[in-house]
Ligand binder design. Structure first.
Ligand code: GLN
Length: 303
């Protein structure tokens, strides 16, 4: 109950920020989203929930999906994944190609686009149908079906030159085993997964609960794997402002250009906030402020 009141208070406090900033325009299907929306939901490891605003409105989760694809890849191949992908923050924008050349096509981490495309390549190699496996995995977390927004996926494919360049570049270094078109098709669809804040908070609760989904009781990952995903979210989850997020919020977070951000409060709860208008770093402006207020008011931090 106290969390419900806190979310309501925060909704009021961020009121003026909602709609400020710009919706992502480089994916035309996202440019049409109404910026004046805000939702915030939390899911406790004890199954308790609280939410405000448009917490039931589905949105394009974009890069937040990188947490699910990484989790699926860890389920399938475990430690071997790290032969292809690093674990260092990049300090560069999420779609930068600069470091890839210096580092011979091995992406810095699984949360920049290059890293997520390399993860998608692993999924293609280890699944009969990677798009379906990912849908099944996320649907399993919620115990109800989710789907891709096929229009967003097509829009992104039609304007995906930079991601295509990234993928070709990695393949030229031998760091993608599958054809670029096949890998990108998986990547664009995973970015086009559409869930609400309430669904996201539930689906990500395993990250706060030592790898066990509190809703279904099923183990998603080991405790150690989940600790590591949270470490990566903290250091690499919010593009090149992960340091600022750690400083201001102090929780592992993963953001997406659809305006969604998830955050983990280990052993307590999982949060998801969404507001489509983004600040200069590509993170939701109102969403970032809401998380900052929540962490301060609720007195939660990993530090
Ligand atoms: N689909 C987007 C892209 O590849 C995801 C980027 C993001 O959310 N940071 O550009």
């Amino acid at each position: 109950m106290k969390h419900q009141r806190l979310l309501e208070q925060i909704h009021q406090q961020v009121g003026e920020l909602i709609g400020q900033g710009e919706v992502a325009s480089y994916i035309p299907a996202l440019a049409r989203v109404d910026p004046d929306q805000f939702g915030f939901a939390l899911c406790g490891v004890d199954g308790s929930e609280a939410s405000v605003g448009s917490a039931d409105t589905p949105f394009s989760i974009q890069s937040v999906s990188k947490v699910f694809s990484l989790s699926l890849a860890l389920q399938l191949i475990g430690e071997q994944l790290w032969e292809r992908i690093g674990r260092e923050p990049s300090g560069d924008p999420f779609n930068s190609l600069v470091q890839l050349e210096h580092e011979h096509g091995k992406p810095r981490n699984p949360f920049i686009n290059a890293g997520a495309i390399a993860v998608a390549d692993r999924l293609v190699s280890h699944c009969v149908d990677a798009k379906r496996s990912l849908l099944e995995m996320v649907s399993g977390l919620l115990d109800s079906p989710v789907d891709y927004d096929y229009e967003v996926a097509a829009s992104e494919a039609a304007h995906g030159s930079r991601n295509a360049a990234t993928a070709h570049f990695m393949r030229s270094f031998g760091n993608l085993d599958n054809p670029v078109e096949v890998v990108l098709d998986v990547y664009f669809h995973q970015c086009a997964l559409t869930l609400s804040c309430r669904q996201m908070a539930r689906a990500c609760a395993y990250l706060a609960n030592g790898g066990v989904n509190p809703g279904t009781g099923g183990r998603v990952l080991t405790e150690r794997q989940v600790r590591r995903i949270n470490a990566l979210m903290l250091t690499c989850g919010t593009y090149d402002v992960a340091g600022e997020f750690a400083f201001m919020i102090g929780l592992p977070c993963k953001s997406g250009v659809g305006g969604g951000i998830i955050a983990t409060v280990p052993e307590q709860m999982s949060l998801c906030v969404w507001s489509p208008a983004l600040g200069p770093s590509g993170n939701s402006l109102a969403g970032t402020k809401a998380l900052e207020l929540f962490a301060a008011e609720a007195g939660v931090s990993v530090f």
